[in-house]
Write a protein that binds this ligand. Structure first.
Ligand code: FAD
Ligand code: NAP
Length: 314
């Protein structure tokens, strides 16, 4: 029986692994379907992790994290978790992709979320070289430059406003003439002097050179093409929350999630199921930053230690 099962080995999961093991839990396994490190390992540059200065890739940042946890006894299983259930005794059953099932007293789910791609030409080729899905991460690279934002939901408009404070101009490209975003957010966008709306328009092709993006071609309703000479294109067309492990056989979730599938937690990363915690990008109101995911992992771990202690010693 595991004291704690950690699902996902990104910044949240690894930090949860460090704090649970260093905090005294003996049997802790982190399940990660790929190499530990999480989605930041796909970033060519991170410059907002506190205390880490100089040019550093996401891979460089994360490289020492697994070894640090293993020193304190964290076990890593390179396997996908397919499902988590809880039996009548309050024990969690961790169903693994290799057909085995493990038992755990507590679980910390750290499976992250995945931004959707819009599907236009060049989007994948230039991802990380001018195409981004994170304004907080990459906005500063375009300080005093012009950028394009794709999308018409709350995320696109909020991020367009964020970028408008850093960039000289933001082109907001949306495929309809009505926004999904909240009316007050739409109003703030309308009032922003350096945001230009390009409506009824779809991104056609992002192009560039070996250095990265140099422009975005946008297809207009009248059949014309508008060519935006921007070095940065931010895509906010929705997000897939990686909550599949929490799905039960009847289609419900093991714990409460909101309308967008984000796991509802309190400030201690507790879900509404005792012993089940969620940390990082899959939780409600996640700022989707490495430092925040790591902080969540630590908070959840401290709670899991208390929960397991109570279970074992009453
Ligand atoms: P993730 O990092 O997504 O990790 C989740 C892990 O869970 C993954 O490794 C996945 O393989 C694993 N997993 C999922 N499902 C299962 C399963 N069923 N079984 C087993 N394993 C599973 N943040 C910053 O602070 N600064 C930046 O500059 C920055 N730049 C970024 C650039 C890019 C290109 C991207 C993609 C993200 C960037 N971010 C940045 C955001 C940052 O990477 C995330 O906020 C952070 O990684 C979230 O951590 P997490 O642990 O919650 O989830
Ligand atoms: P979203 O609401 O699903 O909006 C996605 C936007 O992208 C839509 O405007 C959509 O256009 C557009 N889009 C989708 N696919 C596209 C494609 N292939 N090419 C071009 N455009 C495309 O996603 P979100 O903005 O990430 O928000 C997700 C949920 O979180 C929403 O319910 C939102 O309200 C919520 N949220 C809330 C807040 C807040 O309350 N402060 C902040 C952020 C997010 P169409 O409109 O034409 O479909």
């Amino acid at each position: 029986m595991l004291d704690c099962a950690i699902i996902g080995g990104g910044p949240a999961g690894l930090t949860a692994g460090l704090y649970t093991t260093r905090g005294g839990l003996k049997h802790v396994t982190m399940y990660e379907k790929g190499m530990p490190g999480g989605q930041i390992t796909g970033s060519s540059e991170i410059e907002n992790y506190p205390g880490v200065t100089g040019e550093i890739t996401g891979m460089d940042l994360m490289a020492p994290w697994p070894e640090q946890c293993m020193r304190f006894g964290l076990k890593h299983e390179m396997v996908e978790v397919t499902n988590v259930t809880r039996n009548a005794e309050g024990i969690f059953l961790i169903a693994r992709g290799d057909g085995k099932t493990d038992e755990a007293l507590s679980v910390i789910v750290c499976t992250g979320s995945t931004p959707k791609r819009a599907g236009f030409k060049g989007e994948d080729e230039f991802f990380g070289r001018g195409v981004s899905t994170c304004a907080t991460c990459d906005g500063f690279f375009y300080k005093d430059k012009e950028v394009a934002v794709i999308g018409g939901g709350d995320t696109a408009l909020e991020e367009a406003l964020y970028l408008s404070k850093i960039c000289s101009k933001v082109y907001l490209v949306h495929r309809r003439d009505k926004f999904r975003a909240a009316p007050n957010t739409v109003e703030r966008v309308m009032n922003a002097e350096n945001i230009e709306l390009i409506l009824d328009a779809t991104p056609d092709e992002v192009y560039g050179d070996t250095m990265g993006v140099t422009g975005l071609k946008v297809a207009l309703k009248d059949g014309g093409i508008r060519d935006l000479a921007v070095p940065g294109v931010f895509v906010f067309v929705g997000n897939d929350v990686n909550n599949a492990v929490l799905k039960q056989s009847d289609g419900s979730f093991l714990c409460a999630v909101n309308d967008w599938g984000q796991v509802i937690v309190d400030l201690s990363m507790r879900t509404d199921v005792p012993g089940l915690f969620a940390a990082g990008d899959l939780r409600i109101e996640a700022p989707k930053q490495v430092v925040c995911a790591a902080g969540d992992g630590a908070v959840a771990a401290l709670q899991a230690i208390g929960y397991v202690d109570e279970k074992q010693h009453g």
